[in-house]
Design a protein around this ligand. Structure first.
Ligand SMILES: Nc1ncnc2c1ncn2[C@@H]1O[C@H](COP(=O)(O)OP(=O)(O)OP(=O)(O)O)[C@@H](O)[C@H]1O
Ligand SMILES: [Mg+2]
Length: 476
């Protein structure tokens, strides 16, 4: 009711809309091109997929080069869910357990970083839905607002879903004009590759190129891998040549700490590398988590403030109810009754909100009480032994790799050369930035780095390296 009243009040205000240029601006968040691919991998994983296939295919329309495809057997999307894909900045995943996606942006930023156009085919509960975001269309027809065709078909009859025939036919004709699928038949045939009851196929076409016109992703030098043709700006230039920045197969193999989904890249399965358990001369160190539980404390304080605000509003409403009933000589009067009922409804809403907020605060308090510890895995990097640094996972997803901080930062500190540290930071302490390649709270992150150093000191790195220099050799 409160919401309805607000909508009424604010209905006349201007609503923001998104210009087509925003798609490109948003995509620039992924300076690391594999980070853009990872967004699509995350979505397949969040959809509960058992298998994700990533492959390239020649398109019917060869002028745009190959198409890059991500096909999963996850939960798929209903028509309504597919339509909400283009609501930027709001994720429907908040009720899922530990999803990676949380910002409602990755599919758009990732796909638009990888290519100029994207088409998505999804299947759920007997409905097939297709969605196209095409910058080629916007440019060709000088469209300045993001317009997205989302036609749906019944899986059994291949007839349209809904009753707006005109809209459906405009949508299909736009897709057959601006996608690689030039007829409705060829468009519908794409759903055939989604073999199970549900799943999603994302196809990127008109793939990104370098200023010299070469594809930014190299599909040819290794037929079972996807390589980065160029290394774009990365702060750790010394580590630009690490295999995980050059080979998507290598990056995908360490992307998750506990892999739940099979990834098949260019028809060959990606072998998961559990980095923490593949180190030479490993050492496991536990460091007390207390030092950076600030985030929780902040969240508790925030919850307390919200409870206070709700309490104040509730008291205000209750006093309004008593004023109305006291001042009205005839409480049975219809207008007075309506006014009281309205206020009582608002009161009930606030009571409910108060209960919810108290529940949230209790949860936060429980989280803060848990005597959590961070588990560090240290060891020598047997695969890339000239590279060292910290690998930060956030809950389960790799966020930063080869980070040189504290003791590892100092190039002179030979003691620690070649050492890798792997640590997973829970989301209750730190959240990733939008591109999931960094953390969003600098003060908290600084504390985390101190914690890393503390753990590093505990490893007693010297024996590790002494043995390394005699048994493994190296640049040191
Ligand atoms: N492969 C998929 N299978 C099922 N649903 C998907 C898939 N990809 C995207 N979606 C749906 O589209 C929505 C938007 O995806 P998007 O990646 O933009 O945002 P997100 O995953 O919610 O958050 P984030 O920006 O952190 O990735 C998702 O919330 C999900 O509902
Ligand atoms: Mg996502």
């Amino acid at each position: 009711m409160l919401l309805l009243k607000r909508m009424d009040e604010y209905g006349s205000l201007n609503t923001a809309s998104l210009g087509t240029e925003y798609l490109m601006t948003n995509a620039t968040t992924h300076s690391f091109i594999f980070g853009a691919m990872a967004e699509l991998v995350d979505n397949a994983r969040d959809a509960g997929s058992k298998t994700l296939e990533i492959y390239t295919e020649e398109s019917e329309d060869r002028s745009g080069g190959p198409m890059l495809c991500f096909k999963d057997d996850g939960c798929g999307m209903s028509k309504e869910e597919a339509e909400s894909v283009i609501v930027f900045g709001s994720s429907r995943k908040t009720d899922q357990e530990e999803p990676i996606g949380m910002y409602g942006n990755g599919l758009k930023s990732g796909s638009m970083r990888l290519g100029k156009d994207m088409i998505l085919f999804t299947k759920k509960d007997g409905v097939l839905t297709c969605l196209m975001i095409s910058r080629t269309f916007y440019e060709a027809e000088s469209v300045t607002q993001i317009k997205v065709p989302v036609p749906s078909f019944h899986a059994s009859t291949k007839t349209m879903v809904g009753s707006d025939r005109k809209k459906h036919s405009v949508e299909v004709s736009l897709i057959t004009k601006y996608s690689p699928f030039k007829t409705e038949l060829s468009l519908l045939s794409q759903f055939n590759s989604l073999k199970g009851d549900s799943g999603t196929l994302v196809i990127i076409y008109n793939l990104s190129t370098t200023p010299n016109g070469e594809l930014e992703l190299d599909f040819s030098s290794d037929p079972v891998d996807i390589k980065a043709s160029v290394q774009l700006d990365h702060e750790n230039s010394e580590d630009d040549d690490v295999i995980e920045r050059r080979s998507f197969r290598a990056y995908a193999s360490i992307l998750y700490k506990s892999p739940r989904m099979k990834i098949i890249l260019q028809k060959k399965r990606v072998r998961t590398r559990l980095l923490a358990y593949s180190l030479y001369l490993p050492k496991r160190i536990l460091v007390n988590y207390k030092s950076f539980k600030n985030q929780n404390e902040r969240q508790i304080n925030e919850a307390k403030k919200q409870i206070e605000v709700t309490r104040r509003k509730l008291t205000e409403i209750q006093s309004q109810i008593s004023t109305v009933t006291k001042n009205s000589s005839n409480v049975a009067n219809r207008n007075v009754m309506m006014q009281v009922r309205r206020l009582q409804n608002v009161e009930a809403e606030h009571q409910q909100q108060l209960a919810e907020r108290q529940g949230i605060m209790e949860l936060r308090k429980k989280q803060a009480k848990k005597s959590e510890q961070l588990e560090f895995h240290f060891g020598l990097n047997a695969n890339e032994r000239y590279h060292d640094g910290i690998f930060f996972y956030n809950s389960d997803r790799l966020i930063k790799m080869y980070v040189k901080e504290g003791t590892l930062q100092s190039k002179e500190e030979i003691t620690y050369r070649g050492i890798i540290a792997v640590v997973s930071v829970p989301k209750s302490s730190l959240l990733p930035t939008h591109n999931k390649q960094d953390f969003n709270d600098h003060a908290e992150y600084k504390k985390l780095k101190k914690c890393v150093d503390q753990a590093m000191q505990q490893t007693g790195g010297v024996p590790l390296v002494r043995r390394r220099s005699t048994r493994l050799g190296g640049r040191g």
